[in-house]
Design a protein around this ligand. Sequence first.
Ligand SMILES: [Zn+2]
Length: 219
Amino acid sequence: MPSFLRRKLARFLRPRAALPPPEPAVSLLNEVLAANAKYAETFGDKSTLPLPPARRFAVLTCMDARLDPAKYAGLAEGDAHVIRNAGGRASDDAIRSLVISHKLLGTQAYFVVHHTDCGMVLFTDEIISGLLEKSLDTAVLDAEGWHDVGHSAGSSAGRYIRWLTISDAEQAVLDDVTRIRQHPLIAREIPIHGYLYDVRSGRLVEVPRATAAGQPLAH
Ligand SMILES: [Zn+2]
């Protein structure tokens, strides 16, 4: 394992709150449906929301379960587009959504929000492809690195995917803002802001080099 990953693993493996055991699938489904029934009971005015986002911006952020963009950015239903993937990376598919967001639905600003302690720093393309070749079951992480402990069949299809892992958090925000800014289908007047969400404090911390790279372009 590369030494930079070994250092990150040591940080990641520091004691943290224990994970509860997984819920049986049926009770998980029932809980989700019960929560939805409760939500729908007080749906009220939200039934008349227009399709275009009222506050005219889009957020590209990580799927990490600790991040809630509605809370960290103060969004209500109908306010903004939120595009999420592993790492909050400016993948082709994220760019597809950002282009639709502006071209058809009128957003005028983008935020790229990665975060501290992101799991995308804990592996490389080689590591995940190797694990998937052994089995598709959930792998285990310890101080020595990742281990496959599954029994199902694996696949080499992971070798054909660019996983968009991260080695430096600020650099990844800068890279993604730059990629969006330079994409030929992204409107030149849209400002692109680059931030890191701090999972220890809940604060958004600007990556000034990224925001500078995301300035609107002169026509
Ligand atoms: Zn993440």
